[in-house]
Write a protein that binds this ligand. Structure first.
Ligand code: SF4
Length: 145
């Protein structure tokens, strides 16, 4: 698994912050789910844990079948809504740049402040998990917390 030391900075592509909000144990494979659960548990135990936010393959992608030699091959309908574009759109909305290192709780506070359902519906429009409604529910929970 990805964690080698207690202080290792976890790398997350920006849009995975939204995926984490909606995670209910589903994913591309058992390994993928186990790894994502482990990452989420780290943040539950220590919300101040630092993350490096990026727009390329991250610690979640490590166990994804769409990750071919470190590059995401997932086709999200149109190129303008690729996983990379989802990351870049979210960065713009949050007012931070790729490569930023931030505490998990702080970036979640920023999401609570700046991301609404319409924005989520727009950037997640081609995601295969979107219609389950889990991520929208997760954002609603965050906003009302
Ligand atoms: S689909 Fe792409 S962005 Fe999503 S986890 Fe897999 S490799 Fe990463």
């Amino acid at each position: 698994m990805f964690l080698k030391g207690k202080t290792e900075v976890i790398e997350l592509r920006a849009h995975h912050l939204l995926c984490i909000l909606g995670f209910r144990g589903l994913g591309y494979s058992e390994e993928f789910v186990a790894n994502l659960k482990k990452i989420i548990t780290v943040f539950r135990v220590d919300g101040n844990r630092e993350v490096r936010l990026i727009h390329w393959c991250d610690d979640v992608c490590k166990y994804c079948l769409h990750n071919i030699e470190g590059r995401c091959q997932k086709k999200n309908g149109f190129a303008e809504n690729s996983p990379t574009m989802m990351d870049l759109n979210l960065f713009e909305k949050l007012g931070i740049s790729s490569g930023t290192v931030v505490q998990f709780n702080r970036v979640m506070a920023l999401i609570k402040e700046r991301i609404d359902l319409n924005f989520m519906k727009s950037i997640c429009r081609d995601c295969e998990w979107k219609n389950l409604g889990y991520c929208e529910d997760g954002l609603k929970r965050l906003v009302s917390s």
